[in-house]
Design a protein around this ligand. Structure first.
Ligand code: ARG
Length: 566
């Protein structure tokens, strides 16, 4: 279990509450949090609601708490404030000791969890189509979560559930020989095939026969199919590379991969499936439409074909069964929430999803343009991802050119890191379940919770260190800004744990922003290099190093690069 200063204090306070009132509260209920009041480190607001509950004046309870909170090295002073708050001022030496312990802890106090084997589905674009902004979100969020889970000590099995199978491939494969040259414009290729399918019944008929050939493993058909998949993968790899998302060819487990497992799914579901309209269906309990009719997941279509749901059953069985995953996470847009809820309900009924497992759909909202509408190009097509990211890099280059003193060659690399990082950070720092508005101006802003702000704080730290030829020394707290910075650094473990608990990278971003802010306050108020007292100067060098290292670690957990110089 991660334990940091805040958790330790919450523990002390809940024990004091129990001693004073006999009530056992959770850490959350005790409401212990960092305080914004000057000269106060932490505050506890739990007495306010306890007063109501016990029919006593909150101030009276707060006074009892203070009595129970024996002051010692850590809790230097506990006092009652206002209508019933408890203010905590921590012992400076105890804080220094805790800060010094961070100096040789590259994990910043984050301990390793009991490892679970976690299969995480992210990326998951569709073959023969350009990846769109939704797939961008899935890749960015999934990659960040995979990094955070690994850091927490888990075994992570990423899998990219490519849409590379099913009926559309009949028309795509049938259309392929008609295309001369390049199919790099995958969207155009898809549209042409679709148009022919709709307009030409003879073509449509051939396309349908082609699906049957594909599913029965016909060699020439498979060869053409592979050609389409390869062309798409080239494009996907390009986007992942540009993004710094760690999804490789080895992580590709497309829908086609599960084809050999589909008959087994039908068999395994025999006890709970029924025939409806000629199709094999399962009707998980509690899912109905507006008319009150039960909703099905189709296991096998009337014509014997398999679809999206059947493949997801096979996927679930494969990762829990053959790969021994304990957790199954799916980073997929919220419009598919019902699909996953139904899927999990059936898996539970079938006994595949047990109390030992954890399965969760990690939904995310749509990407909106600044007009608040779904992001599209002017022609109404989905916007091309590579163009979107290239523009972010171009705009970052303009910012870097204006402020940077670096040689031009280095500036280009920095602009790339900052631009891509800005696009990723803007996505990750907003609550994943909400819709997210894509705005270059906002993502590249110098102030506020942005990648650029964090990068400048880190680069400032690195530059202070680069200018000094001294080593840092033990931490001494002399100024309030140093104290605030240390209090913030000591929150790393609980901030990380809270973010991971709800698979919410934005909570880690909020923390990193607090940290960058505390660090900026520190270096604007406290001189580092020109400080005359050698012990204080060396302590400040240590604080600069710790702050920079914590920012680098935090951003790396989000998949964001940190240039040393800007
Ligand atoms: N390819 C799908 C889409 O673009 C997403 C697949 C998500 N993963 C899954 N196991 N169903 O909508």
């Amino acid at each position: 279990m991660n334990s940091d200063l805040g958790m330790e204090l919450a523990g002390r306070v809940t024990r004091a509450i129990q001693a004073a009132t006999g009530l056992v509260l959770t850490h959350e209920e005790a409401l212990v949090r960092p305080s914004a009041r000057a000269g106060v480190d932490y505050q506890c607001d739990g007495a306010m609601s306890l007063g109501k509950k016990l029919g006593k004046a909150p101030r009276e309870i707060a006074a009892q708490l203070v009595e129970q909170l024996d002051s010692d090295d850590l809790i230097g002073e506990a006092t009652v404030a206002g209508p019933g708050f408890v203010n905590l001022v921590l012992g400076t030496e105890a804080l220094q000791d805790k800060a010094n312990a961070l100096l040789d802890d590259p994990r910043f106090g984050v301990t390793e969890a009991k490892p679970r084997r976690i299969a995480i589905d992210y990326g998951s674009p569709n073959v023969a189509k350009e990846m769109h902004v939704g797939h961008l979100r899935s890749a960015i969020i999934g990659d960040a979560l995979a990094r955070m889970l690994r850091f927490a000590g888990h075994e992570v099995l990423p899998h990219n559930h490519l849409g590379d199978w099913g009926t559309p491939f009949g028309m795509l494969i049938e259309h392929l020989p008609e295309v001369t040259g390049d199919i790099a414009d995958l969207n155009a290729f898809y549209r042409e095939a679709r148009a022919r399918f709709d307009a030409d019944p003879e073509f449509a008929d051939r396309a349908r026969k082609r699906v049957v050939l594909l599913q029965s493993g016909d060699e020439p058909t498979l060869r053409r199919w592979q050609q389409l998949v390869d062309e798409s993968l080239k494009h996907f790899d390009e986007v992942y590379e540009l993004l710094g998302v760690r999804l490789t060819r080895e992580d590709v487990y497309g829908e086609s991969f599960y084809n050999p497992y589909l008959d087994g799914v039908v068999e395994a579901l025999e006890g709970i499936s029924e025939i409806s309209d000629g199709a094999v269906c399962v009707f998980p309990e509690g899912f109905t439409n507006r008319e009150g009719d039960r909703l099905p997941l189709i296991v096998r279509k009337r014509d014997g074909g398999y679809g999206y749901a059947a493949t997801d059953f096979a996927t679930f069985r494969y990762w829990t069964g053959e790969r021994g995953a304990t957790d199954l996470l799916y980073v997929v847009g919220t419009p598919q929430a019902q699909h996953f809820a139904m899927l999990f309900a059936v898996c539970r009924q079938a006994g595949w999803l047990t109390g030992e497992h954890h399965a969760e759909h990690l939904g995310f909202g749509s990407v909106l343009g600044e007009d608040g509408k779904m992001m599209k190009t002017r022609a109404g097509k989905s916007i091309r991802l590579v163009e979107l990211l290239t523009e972010a890099v171009d705009r970052a280059a303009a910012i870097v050119a204006e402020r940077s003193t670096l040689p031009e060659a280095e500036q280009a690399a920095v602009a790339r890191a900052i631009g891509i990082g800005a696009a990723k950070y803007a996505d990750l720092s907003s609550d994943r379940e909400r819709d997210y508005t894509f705005s270059y101006d906002r993502m590249l802003a110098m102030e506020g919770n942005t990648n650029v702000y964090l990068q400048y704080a880190n680069a400032r730290g690195r530059s202070i260190l680069a200018k000094s030829d001294e080593d840092g020394g033990p931490i001494l707290l002399t100024e309030p800004q140093e104290r605030e910075l240390v209090l913030t650094l000591l929150r790393f473990p609980s901030a990380f744990a809270t973010a991971l608990e709800s698979y919410a990278p934005h909570k880690l971003c909020t923390y990193l922003y607090d940290l960058a802010t505390a660090f900026s306050q520190f270096y604007t108020h406290c001189n580092v290099l020109k400080e005359e007292n050698a012990e204080v100067r060396k302590s400040r060098l240590s604080l600069a190093r710790l702050s920079s290292d914590a920012l680098v670690l935090g951003l790396s957990l989000l998949g964001i690069e940190t240039p040393q110089r800007l």
